[in-house]
Design a protein around this ligand. Sequence first.
Ligand code: GNR
Ligand code: NI
Length: 193
Amino acid sequence: MPQKLSKSSHLTPARAPITSRSMAIREIISLPDKRLRLISKPVEKITAEIRALADDMFETMYDAPGIGLAAIQVAEPIRLITMDLAKKEGETEPRVFINPEILSSSEELNTYEEGCLSIPEYYEEVERPAKVRFRFMDIDGKVHEEDAEGLFATCIQHEIDHLNGVLFVDYLSKLKREMVMKKFKKAAKLAAK
Ligand code: GNR
Ligand code: NI
């Protein structure tokens, strides 16, 4: 009788076989969740797990819907961003930015009405450098340098801020920021009761 393979058998593969895995919508964390204030860690190696995270982030971002998402918004303190700024209806332009770094920012500023999936239904104008040059790694590990302006510049700065625990409300007056914080803390308290 052939012996059954036991878990401890030397014939047991060291690793489970690679199986297909479907994408998943992950929960987006929101204020007052303190994890939004964490400093995310650089991606050391682009593993299958990192690629799966990026896939899930796209699905989560498109579902929300949003134009950008930082990994910490799905509770992963990792320096990874997904974005899609496709202009044409029905078209997609998925982009991944790993370990992004701003190299230079213009003196010229631009004001944009910002929103954040982690601060639902709150929008306010924020002033930021109009143009930035930044470096990042793509999902294949290739390093790029790129210039961003317009909505792209606003969005990449908003997302890089998330990697550093910074939220767009941090640029508002203390009064406005505290009003937002209070509103979300109160809503969380009511939801917990
Ligand atoms: O979906 C989003 N829209 C948006 C609009 C103006 C400025 C920034 C953004 S990013 C936001 C999604 C989000 O919260 N990303 O972190
Ligand atoms: Ni955001």
